[in-house]
Write a protein that binds this ligand. Structure first.
Ligand code: GLN
Length: 562
């Protein structure tokens, strides 16, 4: 712990002895990096944790990430995205916190649902154990029973995954009642594994108040004091700030918060989150990880180049995102990131315009709003609000050769538009928002009909599709015969209407392996009209943009230059 010179030597000594013992014993212990936050929510704890993970994973370590959320929902699947941000879906079907998007994108790993703890899950487990008699004779208490359950879960995940390094992000800010048990579990974890195997990182806010024009350390001091009250001494403090921390503020934070000057790191405001690992590296994080935890870290190959490309685009397109959760950009976080990945790989500035479709009542309205737009995305969604407006938007794209990508609900609405205006089924609709429709071209999946519970019951997770030879979609997936993407829906294109849709020219470019579910559609004789029942944005990476997004932006570049 580099708080003072004496502390430094103590920790390095322990580290050295620990390593010697491991070498004799053969296997190295798992290392834990605990990331907590203070002062404000929304400082980017997930991105900060993922950026540390990015450096550690590049150093050749198997890193996994655990996120602890304080709410009593079992998972975020039942929450409104405008309140909580996007619900991220994993290959295994887990509906998890959107920070898992950062972990997957920054660490290049596939996460598992078990890695997202919520108080809902923790209490569910405790209650089951209590009823089973696991605690017979005992009074079951928050401490130690619940906090031990959390700590044991950390170990369980670490062992199952054979992780070298486990990142633990505690949600919220220190002092939040709902996160106290996680903080206590992390404190106890440190005592258990020994300080050579754990690193506490605390993210705070360093404001520069107007009129004062000076970086201020008091909020950091107060938040670290709260952390210390709970028995955790941070090793590294990241100060989120609009500029690099000055030597004076580093000194002050060091003195008042008990960390070395070198361990006060700037969490600089950045335009693109991908810049943060580079900032951390510049601020000395790689050495700190080595010296403090004995973990080798480095920058990922290509990362610098891709970030440079993000920062200096050479061309320009405008994309309209037409949905109803446009009030909060986080509702579409993975789509925004997928577009950033295209930006980096196609050297193109992508201006994103959020269009709320609730008030669009005609094609003319849509056309008006789409003036100056090069391409359109209709994203996933639920329910009736804004739906007819989206259908007008789709029609406008189809008839005016505007590149279009429909995602999940976007595909379903594109099929409805096609049925109404090309196949002549004027009242075609989805039973999701019109149960009386004479032509339910989109209908509930048969296996969904009996389901009553709402939580975790959609068609969730990764499913493979067979891609049609010669289709644009197959070409975009590198000519491969199969593509696997993640899903989250209850409705599908009704098989009873497959024939009429195809006869009228809609191409099913990807079907489920049994041929019953439409996973991808496209229209020939259009610069780019593609839809998917899946959410390809969830697997997009800076080094490997999602093919359908990449295809959309390329098409926009081609049509806007022709
Ligand atoms: N509401 C649609 C369904 O449940 C689409 C879901 C989505 O877009 N994720 O099938």
């Amino acid at each position: 712990m580099i708080r003072t010179d004496t502390f430094l030597s103590t920790k390095l000594y322990k580290c050295w002895t620990a390593k010697t013992i491991f070498m004799v014993g053969g296997a190295a212990a798992t290392k834990f990096i605990v990331v907590t936050g203070g002062v404000l929510s929304g400082l980017g704890k997930g991105v900060a944790a993922a950026s540390i993970g990015n450096l550690v994973a590049a150093g050749g370590n198997k890193v996994i990430a655990i996120k602890c959320d304080g709410y009593l929902n079992v998972d975020p699947g039942t929450m409104n995205p405008v309140e909580h941000g996007e619900v991220f879906v994993l290959d295994d079907g887990g509906e998890v916190d959107m920070d898992f998007g950062h972990y997957e994108r920054f660490l290049g790993i596939t996460c598992s649902r078990d890695w997202n703890l919520t108080m809902g899950k923790v209490f569910e487990t405790i209650r089951t154990k209590e009823r089973r008699g696991d605690f017979l004779g005992k009074t079951v208490q928050l401490i130690p029973h619940v906090s031990d359950e959390i700590r044991n879960h950390f170990h369980h995940v670490a062992t199952t995954e054979q992780a070298d390094v486990v990142l633990i992000e505690v949600g919220g800010t220190v002092g939040d009642l709902e996160n106290e048990l996680y903080i206590e579990a992390c404190r106890a974890l440190g005592k258990e594994v020994g300080e050579e195997n754990i690193l506490y990182v605390h993210l705070t806010y360093v404001p520069i108040p107007a009129g004062v024009s000076e970086q201020k350390s008091k909020p950091t001091q107060q938040s670290v004091a709260q952390l210390r009250e709970r028995g955790i001494e941070p090793h590294i403090i990241i100060g989120r700030c609009s500029e690099y921390l000055t030597p004076a503020i580093r000194e002050k934070i060091s003195t008042f918060c008990g960390v070395a000057k070198e361990a006060v790191i700037t969490g600089l405001d950045v335009s693109y989150v991908y810049e943060l690992p580079l900032i951390f590296a510049k601020e000395g994080m790689i050495d700190l990880l080595q010296d403090e935890l004995g973990v080798h870290a480095k920058l990922r190959p290509n990362w610098i180049e891709l970030v440079q490309s993000l920062q200096s685009p050479k061309q320009e397109v405008t994309i309209a995102l037409c949905g109803k959760y446009t009030a909060l950009e986080d509702s579409y976080a993975s789509i925004v990131e997928a577009l950033h990945h295209c930006r980096a790989n196609l050297h193109t500035n992508i201006t994103l315009s959020f269009i709320d479709t609730t008030d669009i009542t005609s094609c003319a309205d849509a056309q008006n709003l789409l003036k100056g737009v090069d391409g359109v995305i209709v994203p996933g969604g639920f329910g009736a609000r804004g739906v007819e407006g989206k259908i007008h938007v789709v029609r406008c794209c189809r008839e005016n050769n505007i590149p279009f990508l429909g995602i999940c609900y976007g595909l379903q609405l594109a099929v409805i538009e096609f049925a109404r205006n090309v196949c002549g089924l004027k009242n075609a609709s989805s039973t999701e928002f019109n149960e009386q429709t004479p032509d339910p071209v989109v209908d509930i999946l048969p296996e969904q009909k009996q389901i009553v519970n709402k939580g975790g019951t959609m068609r969730l997770g990764a499913y493979a599709a067979d891609l049609q030879k010669g289709s644009l979609v197959r070409q975009l997936y590198g000519g491969k015969p199969k593509a696997s993407e993640r899903h989250r829906h209850r409705y599908e294109v009704n098989p009873a209407y497959h024939e009429i849709l195809q006869k009228n020219g809609l191409v099913f470019s990807g079907l489920s392996p049994d041929g019953t579910l439409v996973e991808f559609i496209e229209l020939p004789n259009h610069p780019y009209f593609v839809g998917t029942q899946a959410h390809p944005e969830l697997k997009s990476k800076l080094e490997e943009p999602a093919p359908l997004f990449y295809g959309l932006i390329k098409a926009c570049l081609e049509t806007s230059s022709s």
